[in-house]
Design a protein around this ligand. Sequence first.
Ligand code: ATP
Length: 270
Amino acid sequence: ASGLREMAVETPDVGWEDIGGLDDVKNELAETIQGPIMHPEEYNVFGMSPSRGVLFYGPPGCGKTLIAKAVAKECGVNFISVKGPELLNQWFGESEANVRDLFDKARAAAPCVIFFDEIDSIAKSRGSSEGGAGAASDRVINQLLTEMDGIGPKKKIFIIAATNRPDVIDPALTRPGRLDQLIYIPLPDESSRLAILRASLRRTPCGKDVNLEYIARMTEDFSGADLAEICQRACKLAIRERVAERKKFEEERRERAKDGLILSNDSFMP
Ligand code: ATP
């Protein structure tokens, strides 16, 4: 009854091939996460606690959520996604209870990746919030740290947190053994934009005159989300055009049928 309805366990359907660019990030993550999630016991041998996760930061719409999903899919584990503000509740103790519920759910779904979007909303430096909210948000962070440290070396739970504001995150959260790797997800450069366009159009038939290289060159400062939107709009226009063409074709056919030029249902639409 925590009101965390968004917190469903999923098996994501996004793979590396759906993500354009970001090759370094993909390679690095495959290694960073394969370790703790697939072979946590190895860390014991070396007297280390495995990393609990990574913190993604960077401008919006550049693939943080996509990568988190793809990581879960590539490792063949469950995926739980939650946005920081969803955990916050005005009632005393409820936010901490939500954090506890989240980790209970993750333990039940292990091996799994928890994707924690907008983590800054609950993990701002302790003592930094103004007014009465301070003590409450300090308790939420403390709960989060307790849960992270309590996962234990055997549980295969990996946390990917995301923020646009890495500068306000409580440093306790990024200590070794917690979210100890900070990974920047940048705006795509020209070759990444081309890769994103290609990934977005992977299942779309394109005309021969569609010049993706040109579009990639002309879209400086566009995010991955902006590029995906361009592709979506183009598809909508193409659909509209086809529907109009089909209508016109059928109208003409009816006209010809009226004139007795067509007897059977010999419609042909290219
Ligand atoms: P936010 O900070 O707003 O949560 P985000 O970085 O998590 O953003 P995503 O949700 O991963 O961004 O991306 C939004 C949409 O943009 C994706 O669903 C996808 O369509 C497109 N997109 C973004 N980056 C890429 C990429 N590198 N390759 C392919 N598609 C991308």
